[in-house]
Design a binder for this molecule. Structure first.
Ligand SMILES: Cc1cc2nc3c(=O)[nH]c(=O)nc-3n(C[C@H](O)[C@H](O)[C@H](O)COP(=O)(O)OP(=O)(O)OC[C@H]3O[C@@H](n4cnc5c(N)ncnc54)[C@H](O)[C@@H]3O)c2cc1C
Length: 417
């Protein structure tokens, strides 16, 4: 059975690893546009911060692939897909066939329509190449403007700040991490980040980038003008759907998959940042891992396994501040109860979101003391309504409650990371 995987990020390589474990006789080849073996994308931030080298973040040594019989073709973009013929076209017109194909083409950095965003000195961060370019340009004493106060923007800002670069983060929403935090949690985080030396501007956005000698000038929607030596745009990612789209495979934001991760083309699966399941592209590693596990089962012939959506869970560490958000953090429909504990002096904020007496979401800023308890409560579907008012009190043992074996209902699975 000839299996081809397009893309050697976490989704593609994990699919290959698990498929080879299930059936060592599979003939597996991974094609990768990037000229590097699979590396940890989150650790690109450490590379920008100068703490690691490219070799440090390569996940497996070269022999790891050979030992598992996995062939890798690096620096080679798959240019076209012909699903009816079960064929892929490579640069130069060369073709190769497959029995089963896994699209793991991931995503790319999205650049909003800002005039002047395509000039030298404006960066994004998605690939090793991006990270090396940013590391070598954003040297001590320079001024960097980060456009986007989401997870990635804040991590890059912290990494550059630690290297003596002067950093300002601009977030269009009135608060940081709008998808992961509520207003109170974001205020605690903002205060702590500013204490570390990074300047934060919220509720504004850049409309035009202009050259200013060797530097840049950002014209803001508010009318303000910000000066910087270089600009990092961190405005999210978009799935790499072109290969599938040009092959007439059904795509929306991502390549649309069913609960078996099948696309609309026979024997073609999609996983990771390129896959869209039930209208959602998660764009995070826990989802990529959960999908890879299932895709591996499928290509190895176990077609019974089905995919369940994960509970989204993220932990970010900005200048040592841990920010965790799990599940539903900003309830938009009636029926949710929010339980909060705020300790502004220590920069700690906790919130639980309950529905029908069960924890369905949580925000933790400045501490992960409750993380284990929350994960248990959510995965076991424990009814906490009897303790609702005291759940986050300092003298209440949330973990002991979570560890009681009073399982009533299981929540959707939490993928490991
Ligand atoms: C700096 C940074 C930090 C992050 N931090 C976190 C974090 O802390 N936690 C978290 O959960 N997520 C994080 N993410 C997101 C996470 O990295 C992605 O969810 C994950 O990489 C998705 O994996 P993937 O394998 O689907 O795609 P990708 O990692 O994007 O890999 C896809 C690969 O496919 C290749 N490819 C695309 N098209 C073709 C083609 N036609 N032919 C051949 N090859 C092709 C691409 O070049 C790429 O190498 C971070 C992302 C970035 C950029």
């Amino acid at each position: 059975m000839k299996v081809i995987i397009v893309g050697n990020g976490v989704a593609g390589v994990t699919t290959a690893r698990l498929a080879a474990e299930r059936d060592p006789s599979l003939d597996i080849t991974i094609y990768s546009e990037e000229p590097y073996h699979y590396y940890s994308r989150p650790r690109l931030v450490d590379l920008v911060g100068g703490q690691v080298t490219p070799a440090d973040i390569q996940v497996y040594p070269e022999e790891w692939y050979a030992e598992r019989g996995i062939r890798t073709v690096l620096g080679t973009r798959v240019t076209a897909l012909e699903p009816d013929a079960h064929r892929l076209i490579l640069p130069g017109g060369e073709a190769t066939t497959y029995d089963r194909l896994v699209l793991a083409t991931g995503a790319r950095a999205w650049v909003p329509p800002i005039a002047g965003a395509d000039v030298p000195g404006v960066f994004t961060l998605r690939t090793m190449r991006d990270a090396l370019a940013l590391r070598d340009t954003a040297v001590e004493g320079r001024r960097v403007l980060v456009l986007g106060g989401g997870l990635l923007g804040l991590e890059v800002a912290a990494a550059l700040n630690a290297r003596g670069v002067s950093v300002t983060v601009v977030e269009v929403f009135p608060r940081l991490l709008p998808r992961q935090l509520d207003a109170e949690g974001a205020a605690v985080l903002e205060e702590r980040i500013e204490r570390s030396g990074v300047e934060i501007l919220t509720g504004d956005s850049c409309t035009v980038i202009e050259p200013n000698g060797d530097a840049k000038r950002c014209r803001m929607k508010s009318g303000e003008v910000l000066e910087a030596d270089l600009i990092v745009i961190s405005a999210g990612a978009r799935s790499n759907v072109t290969l599938a789209q040009e092959a007439s495979i059904v795509c929306a934001r991502g390549v649309v998959v069913d609960e078996h991760l099948r696309t609309s083309a026979p024997d073609v699966y999609a996983v990771g940042d390129v896959a869209e399941f039930e209208g959602r592209v998660w764009g995070i590693i826990p989802a990529a891992l959960a999908e890879a596990r299932l895709a591996a089962a499928q290509v190895a012939g176990d077609e019974s396994a089905t995919y369940h959506d994960i509970v989204p869970s993220t932990t970010l560490k900005v200048t040592g501040i841990e920010v965790t958000s799990i599940g539903e953090v900003n309830p938009e429909t009636p029926g949710a109860v929010e339980v909060r504990a705020v300790h502004p002096q220590e920069g700690v904020y906790d919130k639980l979101v309950l529905r029908d007496g069960r924890v369905v979401g949580a925000v933790m800023v400045g501490s992960r003391a409750h993380l284990r308890a929350v994960n248990l409560l959510m995965s076991r579907g424990t009814d906490v309504s009897a303790h609702q008012d005291v759940l986050l009190n300092e003298d209440f043992d949330l973990l002991a409650l979570a560890q009681q074996r009073t399982t009533t209902r299981r929540a959707p699975i939490q993928a490991d990371s």
